[in-house]
Structure formats: C-alpha cells, structure tokens
Design a protein around this ligand. Sequence first.
Ligand SMILES: [Zn+2]
Length: 115
Amino acid sequence: MRWVRVFQHPNSLLVGHVRNLIEGAGVVCDLRNWTLAGGMGDLAPIDCEPEIWGAPQDEARARAVVEQWRHDAREESTPGARLSRGWRCQACGEWHDAHFDACWQCGQERPAPQR
Ligand SMILES: [Zn+2]
C-alpha cells in the first residue's frame, strides 16, 4: 500500500494538532520526519518538516480535515478577526457574536460592517 502525504508544516506542535484532528475523523495516519524537527541546520528545512501521511483510501477525508482546519486557523489568526466577526451595539455598547443580527439587550440593529 502506498501512503500519501496529506500535510506538512515546520511547526511540529501544529502537525501534531492536525494529526489529532485527522485521527479524530477516523483516518489512520502516520507521522514522518517527526524526530528531525529539532535538527534543522544541515538539511534544507523542507526536508525535515514533520509530515502526516495517510492511507490512499483515506486521502480525501484527511485532506478535507486539513482544509477545514486551515479555514478555521485563518479566521483565528487574522488580525481583528474576532472583532470583524463580532459587533458592538451602538446604543448600549454590548458586544455580540457575528450571528446576532440585533442587540439582545436593547434591540438595536446590528451596524453595517465597516470596511
Ligand atoms: Zn444594545
């Protein structure tokens, strides 16, 4: 069986996290280059990045997990993401999550997003 690489990243903590997500989705996967992660220097970085490999029949599922994670990570890491998703009532100053369309406290409608 030929395994396929579904993810790689220089940050081994992050790779471990993604592996947990993939395994959580029921996909059997394997870590490679894990022990080399701290030994960068002589090797080109790309050669010793930790990698996640999965069985070919699980590739699509594993990639879907990675894509979802990338999407989530992008939202979390974008400066101001939290503020752009949430909004503040202009009448009473209460903070709300993005999915609220009106202030739960005073009923003021959500202000138009500022761009
Ligand atoms: Zn309000």
